[in-house]
Design a protein around this ligand. Structure first.
Ligand code: ZN
Length: 368
């Protein structure tokens, strides 16, 4: 595997701004990267990109690798007479991270800069100081004097908004920090796995799917899975790494200790989530051990992946997550370790090589 190449692809992907429902901007890049290694490329009506690499065994399994290409962001709701902009959120984020952020509004005339305004501390009452501010009480300031000026700058309700936060490397290029590592890391793993396996004849047919609208409930993956109807699915995404804020009560996943293998998650407010069948867990753990690939078991509440909707599609699709740990989730300063990205590519590739009808039957405990 060419490691400079992996970082370059990640950089290219993070350079593109594409919040949930507005993946048009990143789709061409995903297509051009995947079509280098896929036998066939399709785009479905929702905008999911599906790259197919046919397996060499007609009886081989169909596996769906799903990496969402959207990122969390905002959407313009309305412009006040004074030229300030109210917004809704696209995806889950803590309102407190929004204040004083630099943002980019993607208008019909191109993207323009703005900031999320904040009432100065000097002017806050003791009551205001004591409580946190809801995003409904925040506004984007683009330096417009009134609504007409904002509209002349191209801004209209419905325009998507993203954070600033380009990719940078940290600690001798072993770590990366930036916006949208969730889930351009997973997209990079998807592309590089296709590349890794491009000259091999494996039994499994791979459906490399760059999905839309994961951050708002795994919507694109649901449709793609029901059309593809795979025998099993792997969500390539990110998970929460431990830091002074995320303690062992939540997660024991360490950056640099290998990809997380997500066996169970549940997002209580929506009941989105997925539990991996034991046979699939056993299969992936045996592959990791055989290939000597580091991994970490990941069991997490408060969250979900594309697997939450995939596993309920069709007649039911056994699903698992292979996840790259990152800290500061859903902020413009997500941090991840590149060795985890490389090891996740190794693990997914090794899993695909081991997806033979016999092996699956062995782990399922029955022949079929
Ligand atoms: Zn994600």
């Amino acid at each position: 595997m060419n490691e400079t190449d992996t970082l370059e692809i990640l950089k290219k992907l993070v350079d593109v701004h594409a919040p949930s429902g507005f993946e048009d901007s990143i789709r061409p890049l995903m297509i051009s990267e995947l079509e280098k290694y896929a036998d066939e490329i399709k785009v479905d009506p929702l905008g999911n990109v599906i790259g197919i690499k046919w397996g060499s065994n007609l009886k081989g399994p169909k596996v769906m690798l799903s990496a969402h290409m959207d990122e969390v962001g905002l959407i313009v709701k309305h412009i006040t007479d004074d030229g300030f902009i109210y917004f809704e959120k696209l995806g889950m984020m803590d309102d407190r991270i929004l204040l004083a952020r630099k943002v980019r509004i993607h208008t019909k005339n191109g993207s323009i800069q703005g900031v999320i305004g904040v009432k100065p501390k000097h002017l806050l009452s003791p009551d205001e100081l004591a409580r946190s501010v809801s995003f409904r009480d925040m506004w984007i300031d683009i330096g417009a004097q009134n609504r007409r000026e904002a509209e002349e700058m191209g801004v209209l309700p419905g325009d998507p908004v993203t954070f600033e936060g380009e990719l940078q490397t940290l600690n001798r290029d072993n770590f990366v920090v930036g916006r949208a590592l969730d889930n351009r890391l997973g997209c990079t793993a998807l592309i590089q796995t296709m590349k890794e396996l491009s000259n091999e004849n494996n039994d499994a047919t791979m459906y490399a799917v760059a999905t839309v609208m994961e951050e708002v409930g795994g919507r694109g993956a649901k449709v793609a899975a029901s059309v593809i109807n795979p025998d099993l699915a792997v969500a390539l995404d990110v998970t929460h790494g431990i830091d002074p804020g995320v303690t062992a009560k939540w997660s024991a996943i360490q950056l640099g200790d290998g990809p997380g293998i997500r066996l169970m998650d549940i997002h209580e407010p929506t009941l989105l989530g997925c539990t991996t069948p034991v046979w699939l867990k056993n299969l992936i753990l045996s592959v990791a051990k055989e290939e000597d690939i580091p991994y970490q078991i990941d069991i997490l509440s408060g969250t979900f992946l594309d697997s939450s909707t995939i596993h309920l599609a069709g007649k039911g699709i056994p699903s698992i997550g292979i996840l790259i740990p990152r800290r500061n989730g859903h902020t413009p300063v997500e941090i991840a370790c590149l060795s985890d990205l490389r090891n996740s590519i190794r693990l997914i590739s090794a899993l695909i090589r081991n997806l033979t009808p016999n092996n699956i039957a062995k782990f399922r405990g029955r022949s079929n």
